[in-house]
Write a protein of this length. Structure first.
Length: 460
């Protein structure tokens, strides 16, 4: 007999962001078929992928996973975690698995665990590169061979297929590397024969949990009810509700085209999507379609480009504010003159002015500065931490005492937020690979292991 409804519980927008226990238990009372969470994103930037560290706290991740794993075993339903550790490379996957191991031991939980690896070997990327199977993902340009070499980690966004393989293998808990954000939420419904367009659209909304509610929050739970020709969304906190506006607006989230969303092996077509208020707290969505396309996965790679030192200060002199562009140019020239024996390719000096283009930079439409004070962040990036310290320190001292016409005070131009004023921020990374790779088998690049977890006795 064909299922008429499947329920997917999304706990939080990112594993480790937390959720109210009351919302989670309200979701459990509704009898979910699966508990899923997206644990990662490129939103925090390239550092976490390049350095192999998580951007969320370990204790917070332990807390969220503990709720989910215990509930999954109590209800005997699968728990799916995608983009483990934030970026989904091998260090992030190992970090998450250690937390799973610790929870299983502390709570005496036994389950079949699927581990799906998301880091792509560089030799695989090189072969695809030589075969012309890698294409740019706008706004990036063509991939250069040296960018592959320089990358510390390269991951691929897996689709639903590796998760379905894990579920068919009897996995009760699946922890996967870098994943397409909706994949964890859409996998079980698609495996059970529900409409893939509706499943993927519902997954796209559930991956951010209650952000699609009003008031929205990434730290709260959401339930999706997928049926034959529509799905329903329900915020599980009584302080929130789903509206056609909140759900429709979130459907536009992270899209270059409001109607078409590309994914691994498909194009999600939302031109016929309808949003209707189902009741006071729930929204009904219908009309979403999945159009097959050649199968591509998105590659993400990060490389180290240097070391950073910063200094944070404020300025309030109206003359300084009015002349700030020419003052900063004077400081730049003074730095270059003082370190003329050092190639300018070995360092970069940046000034970030909050109160003047600090957020949008050259795209800022308001050209006139109207603020009475400016926040000034001095940033130096160099080949070594010592050189970054040197450049930042000299620029800071020069700007502090820089003389300009109309200056009244000679004691200093800047008020520093911290002492010491200069902070070594360590390694700097930037995205080096952000491209599409054509593949024939959606699972081939993502090897899977099955492990039997024996509660307080550990791994098998």
């Amino acid at each position: 007999m064909k299922e008429t409804e499947i329920k997917v519980l999304s706990t939080t927008a990112t594993l480790g962001y937390g959720f109210p226990p009351e919302s989670f238990h309200a979701g459990l009372e509704r009898g979910p078929d699966v508990i899923a969470v997206d644990a990662g994103s490129t939103d925090p930037g390239p550092h976490y992928l390049g350095a192999g560290v998580s951007y969320v706290d370990r204790k917070a991740t332990y807390r969220d996973l503990s709720f989910m794993l215990k509930a999954g075993r109590d209800l005997k339903i699968p728990v799916l975690v995608g983009s483990a550790g934030g970026s989904g490379a091998e260090p992030h996957l190992r970090w998450t698995l250690e937390i799973v191991r610790e929870i299983a031991r502390e709570e005496d939980l036994a389950f079949r665990l699927a581990v799906i690896h998301g880091e792509i070997d560089k030799e695989v990327v090189f072969r695809a590169f030589e075969a012309g199977q890698i294409s740019p993902l706008p706004p990036t340009g063509p991939l250069a061979r040296e960018e592959i070499t320089a990358s510390t980690h390269i991951v691929g966004q897996m689709g639903v297929e590796p998760f379905i393989r894990a579920l068919k293998a009897g996995a009760e808990v699946t922890v996967a590397g870098r994943s397409y954000d909706p994949a964890m939420f859409a996998a079980l419904p698609i495996m059970r024969g529900f409409d893939p367009g509706l499943a993927m659209h519902m997954g796209k909304i559930l991956e951010c949990a209650a952000i699609a509610a009003t008031p929205g929050s990434g730290g709260d739970c959401m339930m999706g009810y997928l049926r034959e020709d529509h799905f329903l969304l329900e915020a599980l906190n009584p302080k929130r509700r789903c509206t056609t506006t909140s759900v429709g607006a979130h459907t536009l989230y992270e899209k270059s085209n409001p109607y078409l969303l590309p994914g691994p092996g498909f194009l999600l077509d939302l031109r016929a999507a309808r949003f209707e208020q189902y009741n006071e707290r729930m929204v009904k969505v219908s009309g979403s379609r999945l159009l097959p396309t050649p199968y591509h996965i998105k590659l993400e790679g990060s490389k180290r480009v240097g070391f950073r030192t910063i200094s944070v200060a404020g300025a309030r002199d109206p003359v300084f504010i009015r002349k700030v562009d020419e003052i900063l140019q004077g400081v730049r020239l003074r730095v270059e003159e003082n370190f003329s024996d050092i190639s300018k390719e070995k360092y970069r000096l940046l000034f970030h002015l909050y109160g003047k283009n600090g957020v949008m930079g050259r795209l800022e439409p308001q050209k006139e500065v109207t603020s009475h004070e400016l926040g000034v962040v001095i940033e130096a990036i160099a080949d070594s931490q010592d050189l970054a310290n040197t450049i930042c320190g000299f620029a800071r001292a020069t700007l502090l005492h820089y003389g300009y016409p109309g200056r009244i005070s000679t004691a200093g131009n800047l008020a520093f937020l911290y002492s010491p004023s200069d902070m070594a921020a360590g390694e700097v990374y930037q995205f080096s690979v952000y491209h599409l790779m054509k593949v024939e088998d959606p699972c081939a690049l993502f090897p899977m292991e099955i492990r039997e977890i024996k509660g307080d006795k550990g791994w098998e």
